[in-house]
Design a protein around this ligand. Structure first.
Ligand code: APR
Length: 304
């Protein structure tokens, strides 16, 4: 079981077994995290970088050195895509997290601290840099027990904490999509915003059982359907929780249009963790549901 926690602080002060460096292709140091790590870790790190990475490191790849004078035993260096220079393939950013976890696993690390790769000098939009980090860490098989996302300032820490909460809601939508994939097309989902505008709500129900229904509010955090869901939950486990709470659901495969419509809704919400809203007192659904409340982005209403 891998936990993912947001912490505020300096990556060089983290006591995880491994810390991740937001390096560049040359692998000879730089500014930001890279500069801080080389300064705090000492010249040993540069010497190892020269020896182990004579030709540098490709964007999206990762490699390790020892931690020098740092509390961390190892440094996993990775090179993020440079959004400012036009490298905008999210798969490269996701690869940084996936490869860094693979390298940390090979080292036998049990805990890893990541900065927000590419979110500084490389100018990746922060919200997407955070969702790419959370979703890739959540979907990469690893024996790492604890992953930290290190925010350098209070604002980043608040953004990461909020994104972790939103990811919990996305996992619930992904769990419902997984049930549709298993043939439980009878499962209906209706998301909304609380009147206060503070919380996202969703009802998952079986129209064949009007009194049934799982009601979730983001104010409840990780409590869902009598169990626990968080940013690290696997959609299959969430699907099992929903099925346990709606025992009357049948795998009838009888509403492929609804299942396809819903899969499209989840795909629209996933990249930015923009939660869908079917109705709220600030808009009517004539033009469809909203993807991300107050975003103005619409998605067609469900097929009848
Ligand atoms: N500890 C934790 N986080 C930090 C620290 C630190 N000491 N310093 C900066 N950050 C944060 C930044 O605020 C940003 O959110 O880490 C994130 C990544 O910022 P950068 O270090 O600029 O990394 P990146 O955007 O990937 O750019 C990499 O910058 O430093 C050079 O040599 C590096 O060329 C490479 C490029």
């Amino acid at each position: 079981m891998t936990t993912l926690v947001a912490v505020q602080g300096d990556i060089t002060a983290q006591t995880s077994d491994a810390i991740v460096n937001a390096a560049n292709n040359a692998m000879r140091g730089g500014g930001g995290v890279d500069g801080a790590i080389h300064r705090a870790g000492g010249p040993e790190i540069l010497r190892e970088c020269i020896a182990r990475f004579p030709n540098g490191l490709a964007t999206g790849d990762a490699g390790w050195t020892t931690g020098g004078r740092l509390p961390a035993r190892w440094i996993v260096h990775t090179v993020g895509p440079n959004h400012g220079a036009g490298q905008r393939d999210r798969a490269l950013l996701e690869s940084c997290y996936r490869r860094s976890l693979e390298v940390a696993d090979e080292l036998g690390a049990r805990s890893v601290a990541f900065p927000l790769i590419s979110a500084g000098v490389y100018a990746w939009p922060r919200r997407e840099a955070i969702s790419a980090a959370i979703d890739t860490i959540a979907s990469t098989p690893t024996s790492i027990e604890e992953v930290l996302l290190v925010a350098y300032d209070a604002k980043a820490h608040q953004e990461i904490s909020s994104a972790l909460a939103m990811a919990t809601s996305v996992r619930i939508l992904q769990g419902a999509r997984e049930l549709h994939r298993r043939g439980y097309h009878g499962l209906r989902v209706r998301p909304a915003v609380a009147p206060s505008g503070m919380y996202w709500r969703v009802v998952l129900y079986d129209p064949a059982e009007p009194d049934s229904g799982i009601h979730y509010t983001s104010g409840a955090g990780t409590e869902f359907a009598g169990g626990h869901v968080d940013a690290m939950s696997a959609p299959g486990d969430v699907a099992d929780l929903i099925l346990r709470a709606l025992p009357g659901l049948q795998a009838t495969n009888d509403a492929p249009a609804y299942a396809a419509w819903f899969a499209g809704l989840v795909a629209a919400a996933e990249p930015q963790h923009a939660l869908p809203v079917a109705s709220a007192d600030y808009f009517d659904d004539t033009d469809g549901w909203e993807i991300g409340w107050c975003s103005g982005l619409r998605y067609p209403k469900p097929p009848e």
